[in-house]
Design a protein around this ligand. Structure first.
Ligand SMILES: [Zn+2]
Length: 111
């Protein structure tokens, strides 16, 4: 049975791409493979695109303050596997990083 959401008519190409990226083939990992999108979503971050490069947007934590400025910067590495983000508002300071395949770690919260 093909994986859900697989729109490519040639699954062999996808498998070849996965091996090039060093991504384990489906079924070999004990847990389901997480994508950059999954990892960021789990941290409350939704992006317009998940391709490498820097993006500026309204911070998902503080909302950019009263003027809703794009104070939040996130950079995805050229390999698309690692991302780092930071909010430039001193009162917020939301920052972190995520690497695809790394175990889920809840964001540090102040108590
Ligand atoms: Zn913020």
């Amino acid at each position: 049975m093909p994986p859900p959401g697989s729109a490519t008519p040639t699954p062999l190409n996808d498998a070849a791409r996965r091996s090039l990226l060093g991504v384990p083939a489906p079924g070999t990992a004990a847990t389901e493979m997480e994508t950059m999108r999954d990892g960021l979503l789990a941290r409350g971050i939704t992006l317009k695109r998940y391709s490498p490069g820097e993006q500026r947007m309204v911070c998902p934590k503080c909302g950019g303050g009263s003027s809703a400025e794009h104070c939040f910067s996130i950079t995805i590495d050229p390999d698309g596997q690692t991302s780092k983000w930071k909010c430039f508002r001193a009162t917020c300071g939301f920052q972190g990083g995520y690497t695809v395949g790394s175990p889920y770690r809840p964001a540090t919260s102040r108590k």
